[in-house]
Design a protein around this ligand. Structure first.
Ligand code: ZN
Length: 162
């Protein structure tokens, strides 16, 4: 089972809006299987992975929180107007966690691998993970939420890794 290479910041696939999955065919099943292997690989200690992070511009997220969950074409809705700010990191941005403001509560709907609808109501940590992963499907990275000067310092640090 192949573990895929994680695409890093600067790779254009991370900035594309990913396409909807129209049919859960063999190709999608192969991608999902590789995403599960990759997200569960101990070297990453990841809580979630979005398909663009392995170079596939499709709307698929695999969670590795409590349990492993595959989310096809996920859609997210913010519940209430509470926000919180916590450190956030990303496999695609090396190890430079930063504080990011996120909605405290969200409702997510998606399809599972059998095409059944899944609804997840989440708060705090899981809400943050879901927002972070869905941003990946829209070509957004957590650094986009940072103030300009903080983002500039961070980009400088990142460039030293590359
Ligand atoms: Zn990420």
């Amino acid at each position: 089972m192949p573990i895929r290479e994680i695409r890093k910041i600067g790779d254009p696939v991370l900035r594309k809006v990913a396409e909807e999955v129209e049919e859960i065919d063999q190709e999608i099943m192969d991608v999902v299987r590789d995403m599960i292997d990759t997200v569960k690989d101990e070297q990453f200690a990841a809580v979630g992975l979005a398909a663009p992070q392995i170079g596939i511009s499709k709307r698929i997220v695999v969670l590795n929180y409590d349990e492993t969950e595959v989310l096809i074409n996920p859609q997210i809705e913010v519940l209430g107007d509470d926000f919180f700010e916590e450190e956030e990191g990303c496999l695609s941005i090396f190890s430079v966690p930063c504080k990011v403001k996120r909605a405290k509560k969200v409702r997510l709907s998606a399809k599972d691998m059998k095409g059944n609808e899944i609804i997840i109501e989440a708060s705090d940590m899981l809400a943050k993970i879901l927002q972070h992963e869905i941003d990946h499907l829209d070509g957004k990275l957590f650094i986009d939420y940072l103030q300009k000067d903080i983002k500039r310092d961070l980009m400088l640090k990142i460039s030293k890794f590359q």
